[in-house]
Write a protein that binds this ligand. Structure first.
Ligand code: SAM
Length: 303
């Protein structure tokens, strides 16, 4: 289990975000994360779950919809927090995840209704019925009209007094990793300026929905949006980063394009692992983490 040390100074406390609009209703606040870092998101060892759910006001919440629930870490934690009076619906289009969620819910004695569906389609959940809709690490997967549609779907499911809860990444979430990649590309023979340009290009390909643009996006539907940021330095093992990036990033042919002749993806992987190993202290790498939640309330019905 990874642990946290060397906390970065918290910033942005009380700053307005999304600036310039006529409804100055977004705020930024920071909260310290929970102390136990045992759950995983992908392979990152952040115990986001207790941090995220611990920060929710569930006093008025009875009906919850978790859109893109995955294996259900958030749905399970919310169901546990609500107790037997809560009704939790968990939606995903991956049946394997839902099966796992069902099993975990049963083991924990919790009742969660799992629904295999595309969250962009109409769901078998009445519109306007949810006190809380969650979109955790889902909007960053959506682009263009799909992103709009996903937000629209979530809003429609909500009761007018309900809460939309979004978890997302900040703009600099992977900054350290890109630095390690740059170094590795130089090691396999790329001129430093090419290596830097290349990883900058990757870093520039941020998803359309981040903590930076998220508040403005949600203000199109809500009166009030609060951004709650988690800024920290996590200690992770090189292997955790390797598993997280591995095939998706330096394992992809796109990453290997324009490399010096004869350089293989295997070599790049090895170089990145070497760089990470050289940065570890007692087997752990410090990794800056830029994650947050957006809580949107005061639904605006435009039509
Ligand atoms: C990054 S995972 C996040 C899972 C979970 N919310 C969490 O934070 O642990 C994104 C999830 O969204 C699901 N998903 C993506 N697009 C979807 C869609 N159009 N309909 C239903 N589920 C979708 C994926 O199957 C995956 O489980």
């Amino acid at each position: 289990m990874a642990s946290i040390e060397n906390r970065l100074p918290m910033d942005g406390v009380g700053n307005d975000v999304g600036g310039g609009g006529s409804r100055p209703t977004s705020t930024v606040q920071t909260r310290r994360p929970g102390d136990t870092f045992e759950e995983t998101h992908s392979t990152s060892p952040v115990d986001l779950v207790s941090w995220v759910v611990g920060g929710m006001d569930l006093a008025q919440v009875r009906s919850v919809v978790d859109l893109g629930c995955g294996r259900g870490r958030f749905a399970l934690a919310v169901a546990r927090a609500l107790g037997p009076d809560g009704a939790v619906h968990a939606v995903d289009n991956n049946q394997r995840y839902l099966d796992e969620l069902d099993r975990r819910a049963q083991d924990a004695g919790l009742e969660i209704e799992t629904i295999n569906a595309d969250i962009l389609d109409e769901l078998a959940i009445p519109e306007g019925s949810a006190d809380l809709v969650m979109l955790n690490f889902v909007l960053n997967l959506m682009r263009g009209p799909r992103l709009d549609r996903c937000i629209d779907r979530a809003v429609r499911l909500m009761h007018p007094d309900g809460v939309l809860h979004v978890t997302a990444y900040g703009r600099h979430h992977m900054a350290d990793v890109y630095d390690w990649m740059t170094e590795a590309l130089i090691l396999v023979g790329l001129p430093p300026e090419d290596a830097t340009r290349r990883t900058r290009r990757m870093a520039a390909a941020v998803p359309p929905f981040t903590l930076g643009v998220g508040p403005e996006r949600l203000r199109q539907h809500f009166d009030r949006v609060v951004l709650d940021q988690f800024h920290d330095v996590l200690e992770v093992t090189p292997n955790e980063v390797d598993v997280l990036l591995g095939e998706r990033t330096y394992g992809s042919p796109r990453f290997a394009r324009d490399l010096p002749d004869g350089t293989s993806i295997v070599e790049i992987g090895e170089a990145i692992r070497g760089v990470m190993r050289s940065r570890t202290v007692n087997g752990l790498l410090p990794l800056r983490c830029d994650i947050g939640t957006l809580t949107a309330t005061g639904r605006i019905d435009l039509d």
